[in-house]
Write a protein that binds this ligand. Structure first.
Ligand SMILES: Nc1ncnc2c1ncn2[C@@H]1O[C@H](COP(=O)(O)OP(=O)(O)OP(=O)(O)O)[C@@H](O)[C@H]1O
Length: 548
């Protein structure tokens, strides 16, 4: 989040910690040994392709150069970072540390809740809609007070960026929280992929968003998502971190005393930083003597350790194209996902989702509704649309573009593949995708596609900020005053219809009794008239430019 006038957004994780007794803390780690076999197969494939070579003998035993990865996070854990106090009801809670945000979450015995997972509310038996909204309210308030230093929320309008696939009831609750609880002056909503196309200023493009926990692909034409082009996976950059963690452990690339754990947020965060610094798709021999300095927390003490440069750094990155390791991890909980605290997360079916429209007629409940149906869907081989089954990235992009009937548009889309989301920053990704897609389109006999171009940084905007930049463009458009759904319209606090009232007053000829009668009749009529289109959800539906 940030003010639309700022150049860059302020990002913080959607996590909130509550002080609890230590035994209440839930932690269960994912068994990463299940991916060993598929990683070995992947390694063999990369060796066969000559993308991976054995380490030259001359390099072994050479003094290693030290590379610091990121120390700031761990300093944050230990509370050395200065934190601003919000001037609001959260202040007390934050002062006595009964509620904590960002890195503070990992400094004590906190129950960590993640209100949004894979783009949906993270609903479980013990975590209902109200809890999620309450946590999102606190997180937003924290952001507004401590990150943006907004004093008077009622002076501001809010632009809410929502995922392309959403559950209507969840979005309704979010809008209501933003208007009613936080007190914003008004709101406007738009879809992430469409906003990315605005941010990149591309009229027709295939938007490939590689986020933390989801990959989302759609083709956008003039602000509209083309039906049937939608591919969405509940996998993301975080899964590369998990694979990397296993590789580092398996290869004994780090200090044996440090047992990295998938349910330890600090450890995962260090893998994330290591990935951002050192993961890439093709092997680089000049990095062989690098030693990465990382830090972990053990018994509330900071511990320094080193990870040697190793082939796992290439293999993990390649899992985006050889997805078996991701699926092996997910097979452990085929129908349920666990977040890093080990909490069960089950995808909820909502009759109000918009998936059917986007997928060209396939209902989300078809495979999210029940285990049997998902299993059936899985067996029947229609894996492209199964969100819990990962498919190589190039296959998904090619599938999305191939759904478009018009060859001319298909061609334009292949020339404008827009990579967004933090995962798109992975080194060598663009070259790899371009090369694979050219081959793929040939195999699919889409002969009109002669050129593939992947776009990442556009006018200095990095992929991770593309949708946000698109959102900041909205208030600058000419029709801005028409866009907003004001607080009073959402809440139904309608003004009486002015014209009629004004006419009545203008026609006043001194007869007070007559005017009084007219006013009473007007008030009665106004009350009886159906004005439901002018407020609440119906009003919102008229304002938003996408399928609700
Ligand atoms: N330079 C980089 N190289 C590789 N990965 C990166 C880089 N920078 C950021 N990332 C990864 O991008 C991810 C965050 O991306 P982003 O902010 O788009 O996710 P998000 O929008 O929060 O996720 P989601 O779409 O699942 O809601 C993190 O996993 C991070 O490690």
């Amino acid at each position: 989040m940030n003010k639309a006038s700022e150049m860059l957004p302020k990002k913080f994780r959607n996590l909130i910690g509550y002080k609890v007794q230590s035994q209440q803390k839930q932690s269960q780690s994912t068994d990463l040994t299940v991916i060993d076999e598929s990683l070995l197969i992947l390694e063999q494939k990369l060796i066969q392709k000559c993308a991976l070579k054995a380490q030259p003998k001359s390099m072994r035993g050479k003094p290693r150069a030290k590379i610091e990865v990121d120390l700031r996070n761990i300093r944050g854990f230990l509370g050395k970072k200065e934190q601003k106090q919000p001037e609001c009801i959260l202040a007390q809670m934050m002062e006595d540390k009964s509620v904590v945000f960002e890195d503070d979450i990992f400094t004590g015995d906190y129950l960590v809740r993640q209100p949004i997972k894979h783009g949906f509310f993270n609903l479980t038996d013990g975590y209902n809609m109200q809890d999620v909204i309450e946590d999102l309210y606190k997180l937003t308030l924290y952001g507004l007070s401590c990150k943006l230093e907004v004093k008077n929320v009622s002076d501001y309008y809010c632009i809410l960026v929502i995922p392309d696939i959403f559950q209507r009831v969840q979005v309704k609750m979010l809008v209501d929280m933003i208007i009613r609880q936080l007190g914003f002056k008004g709101i406007y909503l738009h879809l992430e992929s469409v906003l990315s196309s605005f941010g990149a200023n591309l009229q027709q493009c295939c938007v490939v968003d590689i986020g933390y926990e989801k990959i989302n692909i759609t083709c956008v034409d003039d602000g509209v998502i083309l039906p049937g082009t939608y591919v969405r996976k509940n996998f993301g950059s975080k899964d590369i971190d998990l694979v990397l963690m296993r590789q580092v452990t398996k290869r004994n690339a780090c200090d044996q005393a440090v047992q990295l754990q998938s349910n330890n947020y600090g450890d995962l965060l260090q893998m994330e930083k290591l990935k951002e610094k050192a993961c890439q798709l093709t092997q680089k021999e000049d990095k062989l003597n690098y030693n990465y300095e990382l830090h972990c927390l053990r018994n509330q003490k900071e511990k320094r350790f080193f990870v040697q440069h190793n082939d796992g750094l290439y293999i993990s990155a390649n899992t985006l194209f050889e997805s078996e390791p991701f699926n092996e991890i997910r097979k452990q909980d085929m129908h349920e996902c666990f977040d890093f605290t080990g909490r069960l997360f089950e995808m909820q079916y909502d009759p109000e989702d918009n998936f059917e429209e986007l997928s060209g007629g396939i209902q989300l409940c078809w495979y999210w509704g029940s285990k049997e149906k998902e299993q059936q869907y899985f067996i029947e081989g229609n894996q492209m649309l199964n969100p819990n089954y990962m498919i190589p990235l190039d296959h998904m992009i090619a599938y999305s573009i191939a759904q478009v009937q018009d060859p001319e548009i298909r061609q334009k889309l292949a020339n404008n593949i827009l990579f967004t989301g933090g995962g798109a920053h992975l080194i060598d990704l663009v070259d790899e995708v371009e090369a694979l897609l050219i081959e793929k389109f040939q195999v699919m006999e889409l002969n009109e596609i002669e050129r593939v171009e992947v776009k990442t940084i556009i006018r200095d905007v990095r992929p991770i900020n593309m949708a946000w930049v698109g959102a900041t463009v909205l208030p600058k458009t000419e029709s801005v005053s028409e866009l907003w759904i004001t607080g009073s319209r959402w809440l139904g606090n309608l003004e009486p219809q002015k014209d009629e009232l004004e006419d009545m007053i203008n026609q006043f000829d001194g007869d007070v009794q007559q005017l009084e009668k007219k006013l009473i009749a007007f008030a009665k009529k106004d009350k009886e008239k159906d004005r439901s289109c002018e407020y609440g959800l119906k009003h919102l539906k008229e304002k938003i430019p996408f399928i609700w």
